[in-house]
Structure formats: structure tokens, C-alpha cells
Design a protein around this ligand. Structure first.
Ligand SMILES: [Zn+2]
Length: 169
């Protein structure tokens, strides 16, 4: 018998984690948090390969044990080829809403060696907050280099992590 089996006794909050990686290649655009970043290398992927938005989608889905972005938006599907990931975020949010949940806050970490993205962060927060119906300061985006270590440090790829709190509403 689970101690917390009665759903009525469960707290009205849930938390999820998301993680994503994309390769960096020449000849692709770099989209992060729905903002196009001027960069020599772009992210490779079926969609616009916005690693940050993918991690946020996974965190939201994870909070409700709904699997991951690949289950809901297959990279084999022509429907999602080249799609702007902000559209995937909208669809993920609508799924969360249908289940009766709202977003409390989102905290993210981006791991990339270059370019510097600090100047673009306010625009990213605003775009994400608009979709999730929260205030821009409910979205936190931190960027760090990988100290030239590993695939991110060698600029072979870009990494994002996100945590999302949902509450019943
Ligand atoms: Zn991705």
C-alpha cells in the first residue's frame, strides 16, 4: 500500500527535469529560446534544433510523467520537419493545461563554449514566458562554458538542462 496513494492527499505541485543535446555544424542556424543567435555553427536537428526549448518541453512532460518530446513530436514525422520549436513548446503547454496544470517557474542551464548569449537572454525569457503564461522573471536562463572540456567545450555540440515546476490550476 503506497503511503501517498490517495491522489486527494497529494500536493498540487509537480517537478520535472529536461535534458537535450544537439550537434553543432556549419550551414545551420542557431536557435536558442526562440531567438536566432548569430553564430558560425548552428544546431543540427529535425526541427529548428532549439536545444533550450526541447529541454523545457521535456521538463514539463516529465513533471506529469508524460514521456519525452520524441514521443509526442517524432523526429521521423514530416509534420515536424523544420518546425519552429516554439510551436512544440505551445503544444506541450496546451497538453499540460488540458491535464489541469499551470507552470510555476522554469530554470535552465545552457552549456556552450561560444558565442556569448547574455545579450539575448531577456528576449528568450520573454518569448518563453509568453507561451507559458508566466512572467519573464519566472523564467531563468543561465549560460556557462564547458571550460573547453568535452563535446560542448570543443564546440561539437550544445547542451541544455531545465527544471520546471507545475501546479494544479
Ligand atoms: Zn532537441
Amino acid at each position: 500500500m503506497l503511503k501517498n496513494q490517495d491522489s486527494m492527499e497529494k500536493p498540487g505541485i509537480r517537478v520535472g527535469i529536461g535534458y537535450d543535446v544537439h550537434r553543432l555544424v556549419e550551414g545551420r542556424e542557431l536557435w536558442l529560446g526562440a531567438v536566432r543567435i548569430p553564430a558560425r555553427l548552428g544546431a543540427l536537428g529535425h526541427s529548428d534544433a532549439d536545444v533550450l526549448l526541447h529541454a523545457i518541453c521535456d521538463a514539463m512532460l516529465g513533471a506529469l510523467s508524460l514521456g519525452d518530446i520524441g514521443i509526442h513530436f517524432s523526429d521521423k514525422s514530416a509534420e515536424f520537419k523544420g518546425i519552429a520549436s516554439i510551436e512544440l513548446l505551445k503544444r506541450t503547454y496546451s497538453l499540460i493545461r488540458q491535464k489541469g496544470w499551470l507552470v510555476g517557474n522554469v530554470d535552465c542551464a545552457l552549456i556552450l563554449q561560444a558565442p556569448k548569449i547574455a545579450a539575448f537572454v531577456p528576449e528568450m525569457c520573454a518569448a518563453i514566458a509568453t507561451v507559458l503564461e508566466i512572467a519573464p522573471d519566472d523564467v531563468s536562463i543561465k549560460a556557462t562554458t564547458a571550460e573547453q572540456l568535452g563535446f560542448a567545450g570543443e564546440m561539437k555540440g550544445i547542451e541544455a538542462k531545465a527544471v520546471c515546476l507545475l501546479y494544479r490550476g
